[in-house]
Design a protein around this ligand. Structure first.
Ligand code: NAD
Length: 310
């Protein structure tokens, strides 16, 4: 199949693109390289450096490549940036997604797979772990963008007749995650621990998240394509890990011997976030296979090699 992967130079999108290539698909990566890296691009994929906000340029890509499936991973993922500049966030995450979905409808794309967010979409939870039916009450413009794009996708699916799958990811971690932003606490701790920086825990560190390893997320994207599944699926582990536990595990894997230091708590940060993947297990036969101790070990191993090679 011809598959357009937006954000395919980024952490998750590039590994989804790799997997689709392995499975024999034709891949075109569209990415503006705002956070994506050329090193992540697979030599067997076509690459177009373009911004999803540029409708004519993206339309030219559609005309030329004629995608049958679109995997939408491009986004501005910095929650703090979304709070500081909601207009820019909406431009990058809402308007750019509408551009893309409109082009998918006009150019008869058969299926769109959208990378959404469990944690940011549900907001402060009533039920732990949250099922897909949990109310969505996002606490940030980033989360609002994800929920809004899901609603547009639903509209296009119903009225403009392409099939749609929403994958609501938990906190994804693993190789290639950007450690320069504020999103990937695992990548940030590992690189600081390995490079002599200060891996500071915000607040008491008892806030919990549901960490899912990137290869499990890639597998979910593969299953959706193979099974042709429509609908919304949580892609997480139903397991909560607090930041202090994460810090201690990573110190062990990196050989970091410095003290555990706490910084000020981040205002408005959610205390707990964990999502229930039972529907994905039931309907897709998908389940996470890499648990936190193994995933952290693999990630630390990857960064050790990556930093030594630089
Ligand atoms: P990432 O920043 O590594 O990847 C995003 C990619 O999109 C980058 O390569 C960036 O250059 C590109 N991009 C951004 N805006 C673009 C635009 N307007 N036009 C073209 N390209 C653009 O982030 P990631 O962690 O790989 O996230 C991938 C997707 O998964 C995002 O949609 C994100 O919201 C979603 N997601 C991620 C997590 C997580 O924990 N990492 C959790 C839930 C959802």
């Amino acid at each position: 199949m011809r598959i357009l992967v937006t954000g395919g130079a980024g952490f998750i999108g590039s590994q989804v693109a790799d997997r689709y290539l392995e499975e024999g698909h034709d891949i075109l990566v569209l990415d503006n390289l705002s956070t994506g890296r050329r090193e992540n691009l697979n030599a067997r994929a076509r690459f177009e450096e373009a911004d999803l906000g540029d409708f004519p340029e993206v339309e030219a890509v559609f005309r030329d490549f004629r995608p049958e499936v679109v995997s939408h991973h491009a986004a501005q993922i910095d929650v703090r940036h979304s709070v500081a500049d909601p207009v820019d966030d909406a431009r990058q995450n809402i308007l750019a997604s509408i551009n893309l979905f409109e082009l998918c409808a006009r150019h008869r794309v058969a299926r769109v797979i959208f990378a959404s967010s469990g944690g940011a979409g549900y907001g402060e939870q009533e039920i732990y772990p949250a099922p897909e039916s949990h109310p969505t009450r996002p606490e940030s413009p980033y989360g609002i963008g994800k929920v809004t794009a899901e609603m547009y996708l639903h509209y296009y699916h119903r009225q403009r007749r392409f099939r749609a799958t929403v994958l609501r990811y938990a906190n994804v971690y693993g190789p290639r995650q950007n450690h320069l932003g504020e999103a990937g606490v695992v990548a940030i701790f590992i690189t600081r621990m390995l490079q002599g920086g200060e891996p500071v825990v915000n607040g008491d560190g008892l806030q919990t998240r549901d960490y899912v390893y990137v290869s499990d997320v890639v597998e979910a994207n593969s299953v959706v394509l193979r099974k042709g599944a429509d609908g919304i699926f949580n892609i997480g582990t139903a397991t909560e890990t607090d930041v202090v536990t994460l810090w201690r595990e990573l110190a062990r894997h990196t050989g970091y011997t410095g003290p555990l230091k706490h910084g000020p708590a981040k205002a408005g940060e959610q205390l707990r976030s964990v999502i229930d993947p039972a529907k994905a297990r039931r309907e897709l036969g998908w389940a996470p296979t890499v648990d936190i101790p193994r995933g952290l070990q693999l990630t630390a191993g990857w960064y050790k090699k990556e930093l030594a090679d630089r």
